[in-house]
Design a protein around this ligand. Sequence first.
Ligand code: FES
Length: 117
Amino acid sequence: MTITRSVHLCHIDELVDGESRGFDPLRAGHDTMFVVRRADRVRAWRDACPHINGAPMAWRKDAYLNAGRDRIVCSAHGAQFDIETGLCVLGPCIGQSLEPLKITSMSGALYLEMAPA
Ligand code: FES
């Protein structure tokens, strides 16, 4: 049996449809994960580019998407990732993937599900 702990992120209504938002659920002092909302679907990823492991991806707070809002983009060297799968489809780490994170929803409240440290 795997025991997880939940960390509240926000309510889905606080996320703009089609946009991304970073979070610091472990209080690291900077965003360590981000979500992308598309309609009622929310995907969550660790804020760490596979090109240079651990590299933060946003060029400013919450800026994880390209101009067309159809791909996740890393600001360091421009890698682009599919929003649904996290797979790099363009750039220096093509074929590699972002690390997905599990989130759950309860009455619209979103929680990050984490294994205990
Ligand atoms: S660190 Fe993300 S593309 Fe290079």
